[in-house]
Design a protein around this ligand. Structure first.
Ligand SMILES: NC(=O)c1ccc[n+]([C@@H]2O[C@H](COP(=O)([O-])OP(=O)(O)OC[C@H]3O[C@@H](n4cnc5c(N)ncnc54)[C@H](OP(=O)(O)O)[C@@H]3O)[C@@H](O)[C@H]2O)c1
Length: 252
Protein backbone atom coordinates (compact mmCIF):
# COMPACT_ATOMS: atom_id res chain seq x y z
CA UNK A 1 0.00 0.00 0.00
CA UNK A 2 1.05 3.54 -0.48
CA UNK A 3 1.27 4.88 3.04
CA UNK A 4 -0.11 8.19 1.82
CA UNK A 5 -2.42 9.92 4.24
CA UNK A 6 -3.77 13.39 3.83
CA UNK A 7 -4.91 14.72 7.17
CA UNK A 8 -7.00 17.81 7.59
CA UNK A 9 -7.44 17.89 11.32
CA UNK A 10 -9.06 21.00 12.71
CA UNK A 11 -9.99 19.70 16.10
CA UNK A 12 -7.82 17.52 18.29
CA UNK A 13 -10.74 16.38 20.44
CA UNK A 14 -12.15 13.77 18.12
CA UNK A 15 -15.59 12.68 19.21
CA UNK A 16 -17.24 10.29 16.78
CA UNK A 17 -15.30 8.97 13.80
CA UNK A 18 -16.64 7.29 10.66
CA UNK A 19 -14.73 5.50 7.89
CA UNK A 20 -16.36 5.43 4.46
CA UNK A 21 -14.77 3.10 1.91
CA UNK A 22 -14.79 4.38 -1.65
CA UNK A 23 -15.67 7.73 -0.10
CA UNK A 24 -14.24 10.21 -2.59
CA UNK A 25 -17.02 10.16 -5.19
CA UNK A 26 -20.71 9.57 -5.84
CA UNK A 27 -22.61 7.86 -2.99
CA UNK A 28 -19.56 7.48 -0.73
CA UNK A 29 -18.79 11.18 -1.03
CA UNK A 30 -22.40 12.08 -0.27
CA UNK A 31 -22.42 9.84 2.81
CA UNK A 32 -19.13 11.33 4.03
CA UNK A 33 -20.64 14.83 3.77
CA UNK A 34 -23.88 13.75 5.47
CA UNK A 35 -21.93 12.13 8.32
CA UNK A 36 -19.82 15.24 8.71
CA UNK A 37 -23.00 17.32 9.01
CA UNK A 38 -24.26 14.80 11.58
CA UNK A 39 -21.19 15.51 13.72
CA UNK A 40 -18.83 12.70 12.71
CA UNK A 41 -15.21 13.22 11.85
CA UNK A 42 -14.77 11.33 8.59
CA UNK A 43 -12.02 9.17 7.17
CA UNK A 44 -12.40 9.10 3.41
CA UNK A 45 -10.95 5.95 1.90
CA UNK A 46 -9.99 6.03 -1.76
CA UNK A 47 -8.12 3.71 -4.13
CA UNK A 48 -7.12 5.92 -7.06
CA UNK A 49 -9.08 9.18 -6.67
CA UNK A 50 -6.54 10.94 -4.51
CA UNK A 51 -7.35 14.47 -5.71
CA UNK A 52 -11.09 14.09 -5.15
CA UNK A 53 -10.57 12.53 -1.72
CA UNK A 54 -8.17 15.25 -0.59
CA UNK A 55 -10.40 18.00 -1.98
CA UNK A 56 -13.36 16.57 -0.10
CA UNK A 57 -11.33 16.43 3.13
CA UNK A 58 -10.29 20.06 2.59
CA UNK A 59 -13.89 21.16 1.96
CA UNK A 60 -15.04 19.47 5.14
CA UNK A 61 -12.19 21.03 7.12
CA UNK A 62 -13.15 24.48 5.78
CA UNK A 63 -16.47 23.99 7.61
CA UNK A 64 -14.57 23.41 10.84
CA UNK A 65 -14.93 19.65 10.89
CA UNK A 66 -12.43 16.80 10.93
CA UNK A 67 -11.65 14.79 7.80
CA UNK A 68 -8.77 12.67 6.55
CA UNK A 69 -8.24 10.98 3.20
CA UNK A 70 -6.51 7.60 3.27
CA UNK A 71 -5.54 5.40 0.34
CA UNK A 72 -6.18 1.68 0.43
CA UNK A 73 -7.40 -0.86 -2.07
CA UNK A 74 -9.90 -2.71 0.10
CA UNK A 75 -9.42 -5.89 -1.91
CA UNK A 76 -5.81 -6.01 -0.68
CA UNK A 77 -5.41 -7.46 2.83
CA UNK A 78 -2.16 -5.61 3.47
CA UNK A 79 -3.62 -2.28 2.35
CA UNK A 80 -6.57 -2.71 4.68
CA UNK A 81 -4.36 -3.68 7.64
CA UNK A 82 -2.19 -0.62 6.98
CA UNK A 83 -5.22 1.66 6.71
CA UNK A 84 -6.49 0.49 10.10
CA UNK A 85 -3.03 0.87 11.64
CA UNK A 86 -3.13 4.48 10.45
CA UNK A 87 -6.55 4.92 12.08
CA UNK A 88 -5.15 3.58 15.37
CA UNK A 89 -2.33 6.08 15.02
CA UNK A 90 -4.25 9.18 13.83
CA UNK A 91 -7.76 8.98 15.25
CA UNK A 92 -7.32 6.17 17.81
CA UNK A 93 -11.04 5.44 17.63
CA UNK A 94 -13.79 4.38 15.26
CA UNK A 95 -17.55 4.64 15.74
CA UNK A 96 -18.86 3.74 12.31
CA UNK A 97 -17.60 1.75 9.33
CA UNK A 98 -19.48 2.12 6.06
CA UNK A 99 -18.52 -0.54 3.53
CA UNK A 100 -19.56 1.43 0.47
CA UNK A 101 -17.25 -0.11 -2.17
CA UNK A 102 -19.41 -2.13 -4.53
CA UNK A 103 -18.11 -2.40 -8.07
CA UNK A 104 -20.79 -3.03 -10.67
CA UNK A 105 -19.68 -3.96 -14.17
CA UNK A 106 -22.56 -5.57 -16.04
CA UNK A 107 -21.51 -8.41 -18.36
CA UNK A 108 -23.43 -11.48 -19.38
CA UNK A 109 -22.39 -14.55 -17.40
CA UNK A 110 -21.40 -16.34 -20.60
CA UNK A 111 -18.59 -13.77 -21.02
CA UNK A 112 -17.46 -13.39 -17.41
CA UNK A 113 -13.89 -14.67 -16.92
CA UNK A 114 -12.46 -16.09 -13.67
CA UNK A 115 -10.44 -12.86 -13.38
CA UNK A 116 -13.62 -10.72 -13.67
CA UNK A 117 -15.29 -12.90 -11.07
CA UNK A 118 -12.42 -12.72 -8.60
CA UNK A 119 -12.08 -8.96 -8.97
CA UNK A 120 -15.72 -8.34 -8.12
CA UNK A 121 -15.94 -10.75 -5.17
CA UNK A 122 -12.56 -9.61 -3.87
CA UNK A 123 -13.49 -5.92 -3.72
CA UNK A 124 -17.18 -6.10 -2.83
CA UNK A 125 -17.31 -9.04 -0.43
CA UNK A 126 -13.83 -9.99 0.75
CA UNK A 127 -12.78 -6.35 1.05
CA UNK A 128 -15.80 -5.63 3.23
CA UNK A 129 -14.87 -8.56 5.48
CA UNK A 130 -11.26 -7.34 5.77
CA UNK A 131 -12.53 -3.92 6.89
CA UNK A 132 -14.98 -5.46 9.39
CA UNK A 133 -12.20 -7.68 10.77
CA UNK A 134 -9.89 -4.77 11.49
CA UNK A 135 -12.67 -2.41 12.59
CA UNK A 136 -14.02 -4.81 15.21
CA UNK A 137 -11.66 -4.04 18.13
CA UNK A 138 -12.08 -0.30 17.62
CA UNK A 139 -15.87 -0.53 17.29
CA UNK A 140 -16.15 -2.73 20.38
CA UNK A 141 -14.50 0.00 22.43
CA UNK A 142 -16.94 2.67 21.23
CA UNK A 143 -20.01 0.38 20.96
CA UNK A 144 -20.06 1.45 17.34
CA UNK A 145 -21.65 0.08 14.21
CA UNK A 146 -21.11 -1.19 10.70
CA UNK A 147 -23.33 -0.32 7.74
CA UNK A 148 -22.81 -2.33 4.57
CA UNK A 149 -24.12 -0.92 1.31
CA UNK A 150 -26.04 -3.57 -0.59
CA UNK A 151 -28.29 -3.68 -3.62
CA UNK A 152 -32.08 -3.84 -3.55
CA UNK A 153 -33.67 -7.23 -3.67
CA UNK A 154 -30.67 -9.27 -2.52
CA UNK A 155 -32.75 -10.92 0.19
CA UNK A 156 -34.64 -12.76 -2.56
CA UNK A 157 -32.78 -15.63 -4.23
CA UNK A 158 -33.08 -14.72 -7.90
CA UNK A 159 -31.09 -15.21 -11.07
CA UNK A 160 -29.19 -12.20 -12.40
CA UNK A 161 -27.17 -13.33 -15.46
CA UNK A 162 -26.10 -9.77 -16.37
CA UNK A 163 -24.50 -9.12 -13.00
CA UNK A 164 -24.03 -12.50 -11.34
CA UNK A 165 -20.79 -11.83 -9.49
CA UNK A 166 -22.20 -8.51 -8.23
CA UNK A 167 -25.41 -10.23 -7.10
CA UNK A 168 -23.42 -12.99 -5.37
CA UNK A 169 -21.15 -10.41 -3.70
CA UNK A 170 -24.11 -8.42 -2.37
CA UNK A 171 -26.02 -11.55 -1.30
CA UNK A 172 -22.87 -12.70 0.49
CA UNK A 173 -22.60 -9.27 2.08
CA UNK A 174 -26.13 -9.63 3.42
CA UNK A 175 -25.25 -13.00 5.00
CA UNK A 176 -22.10 -11.42 6.41
CA UNK A 177 -24.21 -8.53 7.78
CA UNK A 178 -26.62 -10.83 9.60
CA UNK A 179 -23.88 -13.16 10.84
CA UNK A 180 -21.75 -10.30 12.16
CA UNK A 181 -24.80 -8.70 13.78
CA UNK A 182 -25.26 -11.87 15.84
CA UNK A 183 -21.56 -12.50 16.40
CA UNK A 184 -20.62 -8.98 17.49
CA UNK A 185 -23.69 -8.20 19.62
CA UNK A 186 -24.24 -6.56 21.98
CA UNK A 187 -21.23 -4.27 21.50
CA UNK A 188 -21.42 -3.64 17.75
CA UNK A 189 -24.53 -3.26 15.57
CA UNK A 190 -24.30 -4.35 11.93
CA UNK A 191 -26.88 -3.44 9.28
CA UNK A 192 -27.22 -3.04 5.54
CA UNK A 193 -28.69 -0.28 3.40
CA UNK A 194 -29.55 -1.30 -0.15
CA UNK A 195 -30.21 1.24 -2.90
CA UNK A 196 -32.09 0.19 -6.02
CA UNK A 197 -31.73 2.44 -9.04
CA UNK A 198 -30.13 5.71 -8.05
CA UNK A 199 -30.27 8.85 -10.20
CA UNK A 200 -26.58 8.32 -11.03
CA UNK A 201 -27.00 4.64 -11.96
CA UNK A 202 -24.98 3.60 -15.01
CA UNK A 203 -27.92 1.61 -16.38
CA UNK A 204 -31.01 3.47 -15.28
CA UNK A 205 -34.10 1.82 -16.87
CA UNK A 206 -35.74 3.89 -19.65
CA UNK A 207 -39.18 3.44 -18.20
CA UNK A 208 -38.89 4.33 -14.52
CA UNK A 209 -42.67 4.33 -14.08
CA UNK A 210 -42.78 0.68 -15.07
CA UNK A 211 -39.58 -0.45 -13.35
CA UNK A 212 -40.05 1.34 -10.03
CA UNK A 213 -43.36 1.23 -8.15
CA UNK A 214 -42.71 4.68 -6.64
CA UNK A 215 -42.05 6.01 -10.18
CA UNK A 216 -38.66 7.62 -9.69
CA UNK A 217 -34.99 6.84 -9.26
CA UNK A 218 -33.55 7.13 -5.77
CA UNK A 219 -31.52 10.14 -4.71
CA UNK A 220 -28.28 10.05 -2.74
CA UNK A 221 -30.25 11.79 0.02
CA UNK A 222 -32.72 8.91 0.13
CA UNK A 223 -29.83 6.57 0.95
CA UNK A 224 -28.28 9.01 3.44
CA UNK A 225 -31.67 9.18 5.20
CA UNK A 226 -31.61 5.44 5.89
CA UNK A 227 -28.00 5.63 7.10
CA UNK A 228 -28.92 8.51 9.41
CA UNK A 229 -31.84 6.49 10.80
CA UNK A 230 -29.48 3.61 11.66
CA UNK A 231 -27.03 5.92 13.42
CA UNK A 232 -29.48 6.38 16.28
CA UNK A 233 -31.45 3.11 15.99
CA UNK A 234 -29.99 1.52 19.11
CA UNK A 235 -32.27 -1.53 19.02
CA UNK A 236 -31.81 -2.38 15.33
CA UNK A 237 -29.21 -4.88 14.18
CA UNK A 238 -28.93 -7.46 11.42
CA UNK A 239 -31.45 -5.80 9.11
CA UNK A 240 -31.36 -4.82 5.48
CA UNK A 241 -33.20 -1.65 4.48
CA UNK A 242 -34.03 -1.46 0.79
CA UNK A 243 -34.09 2.19 -0.28
CA UNK A 244 -35.44 1.46 -3.70
CA UNK A 245 -38.98 2.75 -4.19
CA UNK A 246 -40.16 -0.85 -4.48
CA UNK A 247 -37.67 -1.71 -7.24
CA UNK A 248 -37.22 -5.52 -7.57
CA UNK A 249 -39.87 -6.28 -4.97
CA UNK A 250 -41.06 -9.05 -7.26
CA UNK A 251 -37.57 -10.29 -8.21
CA UNK A 252 -35.75 -9.21 -11.39
N1 LIG B 1 -25.23 3.98 -8.04
C1 LIG B 1 -26.29 3.17 -8.00
O1 LIG B 1 -27.29 3.29 -8.75
C2 LIG B 1 -26.33 2.03 -6.98
C3 LIG B 1 -27.43 1.19 -6.95
C4 LIG B 1 -27.46 0.17 -6.02
C5 LIG B 1 -26.41 -0.02 -5.14
N2 LIG B 1 -25.34 0.82 -5.19
C6 LIG B 1 -24.24 0.57 -4.27
O2 LIG B 1 -23.84 1.79 -3.70
C7 LIG B 1 -22.42 1.78 -3.47
C8 LIG B 1 -21.77 2.99 -4.12
O3 LIG B 1 -22.04 2.95 -5.49
P1 LIG B 1 -21.50 4.12 -6.46
O4 LIG B 1 -22.14 3.84 -7.78
O5 LIG B 1 -21.67 5.44 -5.80
O6 LIG B 1 -19.95 3.80 -6.44
P2 LIG B 1 -18.87 3.56 -7.61
O7 LIG B 1 -18.96 4.69 -8.54
O8 LIG B 1 -19.01 2.16 -8.13
O9 LIG B 1 -17.51 3.57 -6.78
C9 LIG B 1 -17.24 4.49 -5.75
C10 LIG B 1 -15.81 4.43 -5.37
O10 LIG B 1 -15.44 3.10 -4.97
C11 LIG B 1 -14.03 3.10 -5.00
N3 LIG B 1 -13.46 1.75 -5.10
C12 LIG B 1 -13.72 0.80 -6.02
N4 LIG B 1 -12.98 -0.30 -5.76
C13 LIG B 1 -12.24 -0.02 -4.68
C14 LIG B 1 -11.30 -0.75 -3.92
N5 LIG B 1 -10.96 -2.00 -4.27
N6 LIG B 1 -10.74 -0.14 -2.83
C15 LIG B 1 -11.07 1.11 -2.47
N7 LIG B 1 -11.98 1.85 -3.16
C16 LIG B 1 -12.54 1.29 -4.24
C17 LIG B 1 -13.61 3.93 -6.18
O11 LIG B 1 -12.52 4.68 -5.69
P3 LIG B 1 -11.35 5.29 -6.60
O12 LIG B 1 -12.04 6.21 -7.56
O13 LIG B 1 -10.50 5.98 -5.61
O14 LIG B 1 -10.66 4.13 -7.28
C18 LIG B 1 -14.84 4.77 -6.49
O15 LIG B 1 -14.59 6.14 -6.47
C19 LIG B 1 -21.92 0.45 -4.01
O16 LIG B 1 -21.82 -0.49 -2.96
C20 LIG B 1 -23.01 0.03 -4.98
O17 LIG B 1 -23.08 -1.37 -5.14
C21 LIG B 1 -25.26 1.83 -6.09
Amino acid sequence: MSARNSSTAVDSTLSRIALVTGGSKRLGRHLALALSKAGYGVIINYRSSQKQAEKLAENIAKRGRYARAVRADVSDKVDVATMFASIEQHEARLDLLINNVGNYEPEHLRHVTPEDWDECIQANLNGSFYCCYHARPLLEKTRGQIINIGYAGVDALVANPWATAYQVSKTGLLVLTKSLAEALAPEVRVNMVSPGQLENSIDLPDDLQRAIPLHRAGTLNDVAGAVEYLLEADYVTGVNIDVAGGYRLGGN
